[in-house]
Design a protein around this ligand. Structure first.
Ligand SMILES: Cc1ncc(COP(=O)(O)O)c(C=O)c1O
Length: 399
């Protein structure tokens, strides 16, 4: 028999669409469906709706509306930022700097460019997943054209010192891109004071629809187009606009940034209670990511002698939607590149669990996880010959 209720703890993977967002979108499927490039009345309404959403997105970032370009999501925005800067600035240099803990939308794009003759430096991170600004400064050469560092990590939640890294990039006249897909709605962003030249975001991470995102491109940045074709998005991103999606993104970003401190306080207090409870109830457990500089909803813990995927299956039986936060979920048994970059041994990184809290959660959800998770871990450890041999029943945790 399936679980009685669903407890959604995977907001870092995607979020539900808020009713107000859906409501704002619906007329743009049915009533105002005109192609924004056409010149009759309903098309003008479509165009106006896009203009409004562009203002909403710009306001959330401290940008000007004509610095916002709508895309199909975070992956496209990352691809455009990196390939677009690489191609347009090839004559100036062929060196790109990024980090070892980026999302694959950044890492695989950089690997592609390496095959095309670019050189990429992958900065290391410390045990908490933090980039050292001194490492960044040392890596810059007179051939460096782009630095790309994520705002907050999707697996371990660590928040990078973006303003400081941006200032270093600016000092050396190198373009600075940040993948802020996980940051919108939980970190106040001001692209101007934080020295950000390009920023990627994706609506489905902040209670908007899937398949719509944006790239902020500071005025004056030299960048090549990624999608060629019609003259949409001021001739920079071809394709008939995802009208309802854009309207949804605008409404969602406005709502997500209206009260960041209030939203964070609620989510953080549930997350902290979860971490504390798990630490108290389950031995041989460690918290991954930075203890303080982390996303308020992010919980990432490793349980020794456990396989992450087995844990997910048992949690699913109880109606709990969770993730290992690693590529394991997509069918590969590779351990998480993020956890490995923080120095976590392979065998421990295999036993990791990511729970990402958000607006779908209540205190009762936390109570339920604290009731279920210890017994799931115990059950799996009882089946583990390694655990039996270790003689580690009982014991303490690493913070
Ligand atoms: C940090 C980060 N960057 C990029 C992406 C890709 O975004 P999208 O799913 O909108 O393509 C994700 C999605 O998981 C992400 O977490």
């Amino acid at each position: 028999m399936g679980a009685q209720r669903t407890i959604y703890l995977d907001h870092a993977a995607t979020t539900f669409v808020k009713p107000e967002v859906l409501e704002a979108m619906i007329p743009y499927f049915t009533k105002y469906f005109g192609n924004p490039s056409s010149i009759y009345g309903i098309a003008r309404d479509s165009k106006h709706a896009i203009d409004v959403a562009r203002v909403q997105a710009a306001k959330a970032l401290g940008a000007d509306p004509d610095e916002i370009y709508f895309t199909s999501g975070g992956s496209e925005s990352d691809n455009w930022a990196i390939k677009g800067i690489a191609l347009a600035n090839r004559k100036r240099g062929n060196h790109i700097i990024t980090t070892r803990i980026e999302h694959h939308a950044v890492l695989h794009t950089c690997q592609f460019l390496e095959k095309e003759g670019f050189e990429v430096t992958y900065l290391p991170v410390d045990q908490y997943g933090l980039v050292n600004p001194e490492d960044l400064e040392k890596a810059i050469t007179d051939r460096t054209i782009l630095i790309s560092v994520m705002y907050a990590n999707n697996e371990i939640g660590t928040i990078e010192p973006i303003a400081e890294l941006g200032a270093i990039a600016r000092k050396h006249k190198v373009y600075f891109h940040t993948d802020a897909v996980q940051a919108i709605g939980t970190i106040p962003i001001d692209v101007k004071s934080q020295n950000i030249d390009l920023l990627s975001l994706s609506a489905h991470k902040f209670y908007g629809p899937k398949g719509i995102g944006a790239l902020y491109i500071r005025k004056g940045v030299r960048i090549e187009n990624l999608i060629h074709g019609g003259g949409q998005e001021r001739r920079r991103r071809a394709g008939t606009e995802n009208l309802a999606g854009i309207v949804g993104l605008g409404k969602a970003i406005e709502m997500a940034t209206a009260d960041i401190p209030g939203h964070n306080a609620k989510i953080r207090s549930m997350r902290d209670r979860l971490v504390k409870g798990v630490m108290e109830k389950i031995p041989h457990t460690r918290l991954n990511g930075h203890p303080e500089m982390r996303l308020p909803g992010n919980f990432n813990m490793s349980f020794e002698y456990i396989e992450g995927e087995s844990m997910l299956l048992w949690l699913d039986e109880e109606g709990i939607c969770a993730s290992t936060g690693s590529a394991c979920t997509s069918g590969s048994l590779e351990p998480s590149h993020v956890l490995l970059a923080t120095g976590l041994p392979v065998e421990i990184s295999h036993g990791s669990l990511r729970l990402s809290l958000g607006d779908a959660n209540t205190e009762e959800d936390v109570d339920f996880v604290l009731e279920v998770l210890p017994s799931v871990v115990k059950k799996l450890r009882d089946m583990s010959p390694l655990y039996q041999k270790s003689g580690k029943e009982g014991g303490c945790n690493v913070q």
